[in-house]
Design a protein around this ligand. Sequence first.
Ligand SMILES: Cc1cc2nc3c(=O)[nH]c(=O)nc-3n(C[C@H](O)[C@H](O)[C@H](O)COP(=O)(O)OP(=O)(O)OC[C@H]3O[C@@H](n4cnc5c(N)ncnc54)[C@H](O)[C@@H]3O)c2cc1C
Length: 313
Amino acid sequence: MSENFQTDLLIIGSGPAGYTAGVYASRAMLEPILVQGIQPGGQLTITTDVENWPGDTMVLGPDLMTRMEEHARSIGVNVIQDHIVEVDLKNKPFRAKGDSGNIFTSKALILATGAQAKWLGLPSEDYFKGHGVSACATCDGFFFRGQEVVVVGGGNTAVEEALFLTKFASKVTLIHRRDELRADRILQQRLFENEKIVPLWNHVLVEITGENDPKSVTGLVIRNTQDGSMKTLCCSGVFIAIGHTPSSELFVDNLETREGGYIVTEPGTTRTSIPGVFAAGDLVDSTYRQAVTSAGMGCMAALDAVKFLAEAD
Ligand SMILES: Cc1cc2nc3c(=O)[nH]c(=O)nc-3n(C[C@H](O)[C@H](O)[C@H](O)COP(=O)(O)OP(=O)(O)OC[C@H]3O[C@@H](n4cnc5c(N)ncnc54)[C@H](O)[C@@H]3O)c2cc1C
């Protein structure tokens, strides 16, 4: 049965940004409500080892997010399983409607709906995600020390990921479906000067191959876009670097956004173009895209919301 919830602060999203915002807001006695969305725990729930969360030498992504949820609940955050399908940011109090029919009204709002990496959509890509297939070199490059990896893409993201991976991998093959890159010239120059990177033009990824027990990548099948011929390639890791999409579709009509659909915040704050609406994490950030930076922004958003509510009273 659907319900009406009223709160000073509604947090939308249950990734590192949302849960951290919840912890800080709860400790400021705001009694926040947090709506989890269809991916409770966010992006880290689809990965395995996380080795850059301070305080944990290694933690499984899903375990880390379960702990964050438990922390938020234990400190009083009202965590609700629902997915927001409509928001009204024009009128006060703000109003959000859940997929279940729940209505949430709040004086302040923290948007922490994150982003999704773009994937090619291959079944084998899905099968090996977190087991040799990644969309984040900063997160997973370290696991491929001394091994051969492949990067798929041709824009700035792909070139940056390929350059970063040369710190660890013995060889980086950059597969691009065209015969030239879209990346900035300076990045292209760095790429061409790097002896560890081998561009493979006019090819697309057809299938990722590997072992089942334990799951691991051993190679690829690729197709030449010019003559249709197929060939195989050995590698231990595949980085899909074709961009990210922020989950901002509910907000783009009302809030200022920038290229790619990321929500714009005032520099040094989490304030959006509407007073009382704050945004944090990968929804805002196209540069760092890390759990720890998202959590940091979640903290900022809660503190900004506390200040806003205190001044509004
Ligand atoms: C495969 C992979 C591996 C990664 N590995 C690492 C790593 O090792 N270290 C690291 O620091 N980072 C890593 N990252 C990046 C990290 O996961 C993200 O930077 C971080 O999760 C972003 O946090 P966030 O809170 O902004 O959003 P997300 O984690 O994206 O969470 C967004 C949340 O919003 C919710 N949501 C979306 N829309 C709605 C809606 N309409 N209503 C309600 N809720 C909604 C979702 O359900 C989800 O809970 C990895 C990412 C991926 C994809």
